[in-house]
Ligand binder design. Structure first.
Ligand code: DC
Length: 221
């Protein structure tokens, strides 16, 4: 069984690249950020603040997140029986996920699910702590990053393409803030695992990043 861990900051292109590689290699793609986002939806619906650690920890036992795959093989996230996939990418959900994912009970609630998925099939899992914490023995670890300017520009272009009005400078500020939260938290912070290969995609096309990672995988498989 093979596992590929791809970690990196928000907007580095992890999910686009991970989906493509998983498809080419015939692996299951597991988007762990989506699981944190599903938990964030639960807290938002309850009207809880992301930094209210006590209430959030006390609610974790009543939250059940699971993963399913649709006919096209796309990951669907189920929150207490409801498919919440359509709401996962909302801006406020991402912001809440970045704050609530720093709470140990939230991380503990998802760890078994993530490890069990990797134990049952070849997986490509992306997130923040996959190589450092969730799958320390992953067959291949990649740390995928890009400069904040490039990440902001990509996000800006993506939103503009969808016809959403936005401010490049504000997006860059948000990205820098998100990096701070994800890298600065005490539990399982975002960092490059010692044995991870660094891929800086600032000046690379999607195709180049995909080919680089696949060739790294062929070296070890
Ligand atoms: O990758 P994303 O933007 O969907 O992730 C949303 C938030 O979830 C991110 O800001 C930090 C958190 N997260 C995490 O703490 N650990 C992971 N393995 C994946 C995401």
């Amino acid at each position: 069984m093979y596992s590929i861990a791809i970690d990196g900051p928000a907007g580095a292109g992890k999910s686009t690249i991970a989906k493509e590689i998983a498809g080419r290699l015939g692996f299951i793609y597991v988007d762990t950020g989506a699981m944190y986002r599903a938990m964030a939806i639960y807290f938002l619906r309850k009207g809880i603040r992301g930094d209210d650690c006590e209430t959030i920890a006390s609610l974790c036992p009543e939250i059940k997140v699971s993963i399913a795959y649709d006919e096209e093989g796309k990951q669907q996230v189920i929150l207490n029986g409801e498919n919440v996939t359509p709401y996962l990418r909302e801006e406020e959900v991402g912001k809440m996920a970045s704050v609530s994912s720093a709470i140990p009970a939230v991380r503990a609630a998802l760890l078994d699910l993530q490890r069990n998925l990797a134990a049952s099939s070849d997986v490509l899992m992306d997130g923040r702590d996959i190589g450092t914490h969730v799958l320390p023995d992953a067959s291949l670890k990649i740390y995928l990053t890009a400069s904040p300017e490039v990440r902001a520009r990509r996000r800006y272009d993506e939103l503009r393409q969808k016809g959403i009005d936005c401010d490049l400078h504000q997006i860059e500020e948000d990205i820098i803030q998100r990096d701070k939260q994800d890298m600065g938290r005490e539990i399982a912070p975002l960092r490059q695992a010692e044995d991870a290969i660094l891929v800086d995609s600032s000046d690379m096309s999607i195709e180049e990043v995909v080919d680089t990672i696949i060739s790294e995988f062929h070296k070890i498989s």
